[in-house]
Design a binder for this molecule. Sequence first.
Ligand code: SAM
Length: 291
Amino acid sequence: MLIQNSFIPGNEGGKLYLVATPIGNLEDMTYRAINTLKEADFIAAEDTRQTRKLLTHFAIEGPLVSYHEHNKLRSGEEILHKLQEGKTIALVSDAGLPAISDPGEELVKEAIALGIPVIPIPGPNAALSALIASGLSTKGFVFRGFLPRGKKDLWTALESLKYYPETLIFYESPHRIEKTLKEMKEVLGSRQVALARELTKRYEEFIRGDIDEVLAYLRGLEEIRGEFTVIVSGSTEVKEEEGEAWWAELDISAHVESYLERGMDKKGALKKTAEDRGVPKREVYNIFHKS
Ligand code: SAM
């Protein structure tokens, strides 16, 4: 077990700050992010040229070191060495939260193992920004980031998510969005989706509908451009195990409730419960409303 008290006085050694940066709109930079970057001994950046532009905008000078997917072993060691010498390092990625589909995870683990405090500086993130405005259930969600590229691996990944009742969150490139949605339809079946395009930017757009509607819209575009986050409604199907139905132990109200908890609306939950049990919808309605 490891306990980290991030802000106790006397805790003056090295610290690793994970600093969120804007995903499009520079006004999303927080005061705390600016101050942390100004005060850090080093700023570790995924793309130093990109980060330099951000720093210049906010008049931050801090020395930059490069930390990206391809140098993370060597650069990670140097960063850990600096942290052990008592330096403060602020890690940023090109946009959003470091360590979310961006470099950072390994560095965080290694810093923790060395007893170095790891401190998040919260801010913009494409996945959660898209989710909250998607109109889909936010009660439970699964962030899956980028799906694999090859068809076989893509199918395996989607198959593994097929019965998740939680809302699913993906990142996708404009070149692959159509293909990915098509495969999703094949594997997951018809789902409600919300595509969040160019979040926080001038051409921010939400495309909400079922997969076929959204695909038809995309096919009508001359060119698909921008950055996409894809939100997909969770499964309302429950994988049938051999033997008893999953709801066999539930009474009718609990059966309806379990669909509501999966993000289904009341009408859908009543209908599906009636279908599962082979009883009239009216009966389910009456029992549910009396309970
Ligand atoms: N670390 C970032 C975060 O916290 O959101 C995500 C980095 S990941 C390498 C980049 C992907 O995030 C893009 O390909 C896109 O799928 C999604 N993304 C980033 N900015 C976005 C935006 N402004 N609008 C929609 N999606 C965005």
